[in-house]
Design a protein around this ligand. Structure first.
Ligand code: OOB
Length: 568
C-alpha cells in the first residue's frame, strides 16, 4: 500500500451525487492550495503576504515575505522535503508557533501532496505521540525551545518510539540531534545529501482538488482526539465563502492572534482566507493587548479573530485607555459563546464591527453578517456560510424541532466532513446514516436562520475556546493508583466561561492517606498532557450520583460545583 492508499482508506468521501451538486453550484471549483499560492504569486508577486515580527524561538528578527517569496520558499521547501523522502500521502505532524515558517512548510506539503497534521503548540507527549503513531507520520516539525519547553527532547522520545517517524525538523537555530528546518530547502529535488533513505523521485502526481489536503484535530469528546480529513475543494470553498462574508480583499490585513494551526485563525477567514483574497497576514507572537495593539497600529491591521476571554481582555485594556487598535474594522469572536453583554461593548469600545463565528473543524461555520442589525450581531452566533449547508435541529430521537426550540444541531454540506479519518466506530456515533454530522451542540434557530448556541450535549469542556474531552482526562486520572473513579465536568468561570473540575473517588485502600488535589494535577501533567487539559480543580467524593442504568449523572456534579462556587 502506498501512503496515498492509506489516506484514502481512512477517508469517507462525499457521495457522488453530492459532489456533483457542489461542483454544479460552483462551490467546488477544482482549486488546490498549491496552485492557489502560485496564482496569487503570479497576480501580485510583490505584495507582502506574511509579516512575522519575530520575537519567538524560531526567529528573533522580523521577516516580511512577498507572495513571490512565499511561493518560491514553498517550492524550495517542497524540493528539500522530497529529497529527504517525504512523499505524496505521507503525514507530517506540524507543531509551530505563529512563525512565517508555518506557511512555508504547510504550502510545501500541500505542493507535494503530503498531509500536514495540525498540532497545537500546547500539545505535549500524550497528544503528539498519539498523532504520530495513529497517522504513521514520517516527519515532525517543531520549534526548538518554545515557551520554556524543549520540543527537540519530546521529538527525540517520540521518534524513538515510532519507527515510521524518520525525520524531525527543528525551526530555529539549534536543532540538537535533529535536522535544521532551514537546511532542508533546495533547488532541485535530490540535489542535497540525504541522511534518510531517499529514492530521489518527484511527486507521483500533482495533488487533485478532491484529495485530502490535511488532517485537522477535533476538539473531541472521546479518549483521544480524532482527526478530520479536509479536501482542497471543500476547504477552499469555506475560505472563499468566509472571505466574502468578512469582506476581505487585497487591502485587508489580518492579525493571526490565536495559534495559526487552529481552524478558526486558519480559515475563518483566517490566514488562508487572507492569502486567498490577496491580503496580508500579520503573525502575532503573543495574544495580549500589550503585544497586539502596537502591532495593529504599525501594520494597519483591519481584521482579527479572538476567543471570548481574549476579546474581554482587549475590551478591558481599551477601556483603560490602551491605544493602537484604531485601524481594526472587524473583530471576529468565536470558539466559545460570547456573552451578549460583552458583545454589546465591542462597537462602542473598539469602534469596529463585531462578527460572531460559530464554527467547527469538522466543517460548518456560521457568521453574523457585517450588515446584520446590531441586535442579531450581539445576541446570535450567526448563520451558515453556504446556501447548501443543511442544518437540522432535532430532539433526542432525531425528530426535527420547530424554529425557536432548543435541540441538537445536525449538519451536512459542501465543506462538512462525512467521517473522521480512520475511525469507523466513532463515525457510526458521530454521523447519521444519511451523513449528517452530530455536532454535539445545542442550538435554537431563529426564523431568519441565525443560530443561538444554548449549550452542549457532548462530554466536553470548552475552556475559553480550548476544548477538553472529559473522557481523555478521566482516563489519565484513572491511571493513578489511588483513583477508583473519575468524572470531569465543567464549572462556570467569569473569565474563561468554563473551567474543568475533576470529581474523584479514591480507592478504599488509599482512603487513610489519600493523595491531595495538587498531586493528581501534577500526575496528569506528568502524563505529558497539554497544560490546558490539567484539571483546574479536584473534588473528592465517596461515590458519584448515578442514573437508573448506572451512568454518572454529570449534570448533578456540574450543579454541585456551580453551587459551591457561588457560596465560596
Ligand atoms: C472552533 O472549532 P473547534 O473544532 O475547536 O470547536 C468546535 C466547537 C463547536 O462545536 C462548539 O461547541 C464550540 O466549539 N464553538 C462555539 C462557538 N464557536 C465554536 N460555541 C459557542 N459559540 C461560538 N461562537 O471552535 C471554530 C472553528 C472555526 C471557526 C470558529 C471556531
Amino acid at each position: 500500500m502506498t501512503a496515498l492508499d492509506d489516506v484514502l482508506d481512512g477517508f469517507t468521501p462525499y457521495p457522488a451525487e453530492f459532489a456533483e451538486r457542489y461542483r454544479a453550484a460552483g462551490h467546488w471549483r477544482g482549486e488546490t492550495f498549491g496552485r492557489m499560492l502560485r496564482e496569487r504569486a503570479a497576480a501580485h508577486g510583490e505584495r507582502i503576504a506574511v509579516v512575522d515580527p519575530g520575537g519567538h524561538s524560531v526567529a528573533a528578527g522580523e521577516r516580511r515575505w512577498t507572495y513571490a517569496e512565499l511561493d518560491r520558499r514553498a517550492d524550495r521547501m517542497a524540493a528539500g522535503l522530497l529529497a529527504r523522502g517525504v512523499r505524496a500521502g505521507d503525514r507530517v505532524v506540524v507543531q509551530l508557533p505563529n512563525a512565517a515558517e508555518f506557511f512555508e512548510v504547510v504550502f510545501a506539503l500541500f505542493r507535494i501532496g503530503a498531509l500536514p497534521v495540525f498540532a497545537l503548540p500546547a500539545h505535549r507527549y500524550a497528544e503528539i505521540s498519539h498523532f504520530c503513531s495513529f497517522t504513521g507520520a514520517v516527519a515532525y516539525v517543531v520549534p526548538g525551545v518554545e515557551g520554556g519547553f524543549d520540543h527537540r527532547e519530546l521529538a527525540g522520545r517520540v521518534r524513538a518510539e515510532n519507527p515510521a517517524l524518520r525525520l524531525v525538523l527543528v525551526a530555529g537555530e539549534d536543532p540538537g540531534e535533529h535536522v535544521r528546518l532551514a537546511d532542508v530547502p533546495c533547488d532541485v529535488p535530490g540535489d542535497v545529501p540525504c541522511d534518510v533513505p531517499c529514492d530521489g523521485a518527484g511527486p507521483a502526481r500533482e495533488p487533485a482538488p478532491g484529495d485530502v489536503a490535511f488532517l485537522q484535530l477535533s476538539g473531541g469528546s472521546t479518549g483521544v482526539p480524532k482527526l478530520i480529513p479536509r479536501t482542497h475543494d471543500d476547504y477552499i470553498y469555506s475560505l472563499r465563502g468566509s472571505v466574502e462574508l468578512c469582506a476581505l480583499d487585497g487591502r485587508s490585513v489580518y492579525l493571526c492572534v490565536l495559534p495559526a494551526a487552529h481552524n478558526f485563525p486558519l480559515s475563518s477567514p483566517g490566514s488562508l482566507g487572507t492569502l486567498y483574497a490577496g491580503g496580508r497576514v500579520v503573525l502575532c507572537p503573543q495574544p495580549n493587548p500589550e503585544t497586539a495593539f502596537p502591532l495593529i497600529a504599525r501594520e494597519g491591521v483591519t481584521i482579527t479573530g479572538l476567543v471570548p476571554p481574549l476579546a474581554l481582555l482587549w475590551l478591558d485594556a481599551a477601556e483603560r485607555g490602551a491605544r493602537g487598535y484604531e485601524s481594526l474594522e472587524v473583530l471576529l469572536v468565536g470558539g466559545a459563546k460570547f456573552s451578549t453583554e460583552a458583545a454589546r461593548r465591542v462597537r462602542p469600545v473598539l469602534g469596529c464591527t463585531l462578527q460572531q463565528v460559530f464554527g467547527m473543524a469538522e466543517g460548518l461555520v456560521n457568521y453574523t453578517r457585517l450588515d446584520d442589525p446590531e441586535e442579531l450581531i450581539t445576541t446570535t452566533q450567526g448563520r451558515p456560510i453556504s446556501p447548501d449547508d443543511e442544518v437540522r435541529v432535532v430532539d433526542d430521537r432525531d425528530r426535527d424541532l420547530p424554529d425557536g426550540t432548543t435541540g441538537h444541531l445536525l449538519t451536512r454540506g459542501p465543506y462538512t466532513i462525512r467521517g473522521y479519518w480512520n475511525a469507523p466506530g466513532h463515525n457510526a456515533d458521530s454521523f447519521t446514516p444519511d451523513g449528517f454530522y452530530r455536532t454535539g451542540d445545542l442550538v435554537r434557530r431563529l426564523p431568519g436562520g441565525h443560530l443561538v448556541v444554548e449549550g452542549r450535549a457532548k462530554d466536553q469542556i470548552n475552556r475559553g475556546g480550548e476544548k477538553v474531552a472529559a473522557e481523555e482526562i478521566e482516563n489519565h486520572l484513572l491511571a493513578h493508583p489511588a483513583v477508583h473513579d473519575a468524572a470531569v465536568v465543567s464549572m462556570p468561570d467569569p473569565y474563561l466561561g468554563e473551567r474543568t473540575c475533576a470529581y474523584v473517588v479514591i480507592r478504599a485502600e488509599h482512603r487513610e492517606r489519600p493523595p491531595k488535589g495538587v498531586e493528581l494535577k501534577r500526575f496528569v501533567r506528568q502524563c505529558g498532557l497539554a497544560d490546558y487539559k490539567v484539571p483546574d480543580r479536584v473534588e473528592f467524593v465517596d461515590a458519584f450520583p448515578a442514573t437508573g442504568i448506572g451512568k454518572v449523572r454529570k449534570k448533578d456534579l456540574r450543579a454541585a460545583i456551580a453551587t459551591s462556587l457561588t457560596r465560596s
